[in-house]
Design a protein around this ligand. Structure first.
Ligand SMILES: [Zn+2]
Length: 297
């Protein structure tokens, strides 16, 4: 069971090795921000400590899998930065390492996850390197990095790099359709373009949330069009009509043109009328011109 249906190839490879008794002792998941590195590291930690008797690990629903998801498993530690801190200090690292190197309490292994490991302080990176140089059979170290070039060269050379690439559009499209059966094809297309291969852009609280992502996508486009000359706004609207729902297009243009003005009753009425006109494709060009000129004044 998973709420993150991406990177199947990497997961299949890791599981195959796990079933063959070859657990990855230490690795770094590398890829752009939001591509799913930390989610994949957590998923692998779940697979390593899952208590389900089935072969399909992680099950995602046993007590151990749920504990990992809630950051509450005694043998899985996540090296989170303290609030307001840019790096993980050597003191914080030592506390985690102590937990990591002791005998596991519940599972067969201890797992330490270090998100954005390039943000470890230099001293913590040196301590991490020492851990890598002295691997323990019952301990697994999973790191993530968006900029692996910032790591100590000696650390990089000791780590297996697992590269996560942007997710292909058809995979994102399918995941959206499965997550929200009511999503229109136009909105699904708009979300795939907005995500640009980064599934994190579609998530809210760890799950795909199309409604939330649509609002964020519209805000992004409103911000991009704000203050733009009228001809650019009209061009953007023409491009949007046909690709997306008329209502969504009107909302973006209205947000961009009205800037910080409150939307009055007359304007809202105008928007509703034009939205209906565009939906029915009645004199579309006239509707676009009227809308953009009316809103710009
Ligand atoms: Zn499980």
């Amino acid at each position: 069971m998973t709420t993150f249906p991406f990177h199947h190839d990497i997961r299949a490879r890791l599981l195959q090795e796990f079933r063959n008794g070859r657990v990855v002792q230490s690795c770094v998941f590398v890829g752009p921000h939001g591509v799913g590195k930390l989610t994949l590291a957590r998923w692998y930690a779940q697979a390593l400590v899952c208590e389900s008797p089935t072969k399909d690990k992680p099950c995602g629903s046993c007590a151990a899998c749920r504990a990992v998801a809630a950051d509450a498993h005694p043998d899985v530690a996540v090296a989170a930065r303290a609030e307001g801190q840019e790096t993980v200090s050597i003191e914080a690292w030592r506390i985690l390492q102590d937990r990591f190197t002791r005998t596991p309490l519940r599972a067969a292994r201890s797992v330490m996850i270090v998100p954005d490991c390039e943000r470890l302080s230099r001293a913590a990176q040196h301590a991490c390197l020492k851990t890598l140089e002295e691997p323990r059979p019952a301990s697994v170290l999973l790191l993530t990095a968006s900029s692996p070039a910032l790591l100590l060269a000696t650390m990089r050379s000791r780590l297996t790099q697992i590269r996560l690439r942007p997710v292909p559009s058809p995979v994102l499209q399918q995941a959206l359709e499965e997550a929200d059966a009511a999503l229109t094809p136009q909105d699904a297309d708009a979300l795939v373009r907005y995500a640009r291969g980064i599934p994190g852009a579609l998530l809210h609280e760890g799950r795909i949330d199309a409604g939330c992502a649509l609002r964020a996508a519209r805000q992004e486009r409103i911000a991009a069009l704000r203050g733009a000359p009228l001809w650019r706004v009209q061009k953007a609207l023409r491009e949007m009509i046909g690709k997306e729902s008329a209502h969504a297009s009107v909302e973006v243009i209205a947000g961009a043109c009205m800037r910080d003005r409150a939307c009055g009753i007359a304007e809202r009425r105008l928007l509703a009328l034009l939205s209906r006109a565009l939906t029915r494709a009645v004199n579309k060009d006239l509707a676009i011109d009227t809308l953009s000129i009316a809103l710009a004044h």
